[in-house]
Design a protein around this ligand. Structure first.
Ligand SMILES: Nc1ncnc2c1ncn2[C@@H]1O[C@H](COP(=O)(O)OP(=O)(O)OP(=O)(O)O)[C@@H](O)[C@H]1O
Length: 271
């Protein structure tokens, strides 16, 4: 459909080991997933189930073994240039100041240095980093580095935002502040968001829809839930809303067994 920003159709991903004798591993099997324009969709699933793999497919960083990816109705070939990507790990360049980190993508896009600097400054201000433009990543707190990375992603004005557990390394208060800021920025621009997390509370608090993945191998969606909580939301306050608790109970009912299977598999792998 034309109003789908991102569509994964029957995606299968099989990793083949280079070492002879090792078996191929099918991480994801027959997975279909859509994100409509302006929709905030979270994907939750047990550890190691294939969440990052799916995001890499959506970003065009990884080619599926089978299946198709469509971006605003067009087949994706190579990198998804309509998408911005925010990783779990730090992606800032340590030798560049905060403003230079935000500028780099804009300059790469062809903006003159002065213009790129101006836009980067405005974005740093929007994410609460006015006065910190000249600091280097090691001179910023973990939360500030995340804010810089967020400014870096949003400055490019992507139509689709892909986020892979972006706040998992933060303490709970900073995390909730950042989640609220992301929601406020998202509400202003209404981009399509695909958000990966293993935290069900975070997924429900942020999203319009939550997709639950099975444990691997051959991970696939096993449940999909519309999150009809009122907006604007405060991620801390919404957790005590009766509807939140009801949705949490229903989704956890589907997720719980997969989490247990996921743990068992990790232990088996480690043995
Ligand atoms: N390049 C690769 N080669 C072989 N196996 C891989 C590769 N990348 C991922 N895998 C395997 O595929 C499965 C899914 O990995 P993925 O990182 O997508 O999971 P995840 O759900 O994002 O994990 P986590 O919750 O720990 O972040 C894992 O079992 C992983 O070991």
């Amino acid at each position: 459909m034309a109003d789908d920003a991102l569509e994964l159709q029957d995606i299968t991903v099989t990793f083949r080991s280079r070492e002879a004798g090792e078996q191929a591993y099918t991480a994801v099997a027959d997975t279909s997933l859509k994100v409509r324009g302006g929709e905030f969709v979270s994907v939750v699933g047990p550890t190691g189930c294939g969440k990052s793999t799916l995001l890499n497919i959506a970003a065009g960083l990884l080619q599926p073994s089978a299946g198709d990816v469509r971006v605003f109705g067009q087949p994706l070939r190579g990198i998804n240039h309509r998408a911005g990507y925010m990783f779990q790990s730090e992606a800032l360049m340590p030798w560049r100041s905060a403003i230079e980190n935000v500028m780099v993508g804009l300059e790469y896009r062809g903006l003159a240095a002065a213009q790129a600097r101006e836009q980067a400054r405005a974005w740093l201000e929007r994410v609460g980093l006015r006065g910190f433009e000249q600091r280097y990543p090691h001179q910023l707190s973990g939360g500030m580095r995340k804010r810089t990375a967020l400014a870096q992603t949003l400055a490019l004005d992507p139509d689709i935002i892909l986020m892979d557990e972006p706040f998992s390394a933060l303490d709970i208060q900073t995390r909730q502040l950042m989640e609220n800021e992301v929601l406020a920025l998202w509400a202003a621009k209404r981009k399509a968001v695909l958000f990966i997390t293993h935290d069900l509370d975070e997924a429900i608090a942020m999203s319009d829809r939550v997709v639950v993945l099975s444990a691997g191998p051959a991970t696939h969606p096993i449940g999909e839930f519309e999150i009809d909580l009122p907006r604007p939301r405060d991620v801390a306050e919404i957790r005590s809303h009766p509807r939140f608790l009801e949705l949490h109970g229903r989704i956890w009912g589907v997720l719980r067994d997969e989490v247990l299977k996921g743990y068992a598999q990790q232990l088996k792998k480690a043995a």
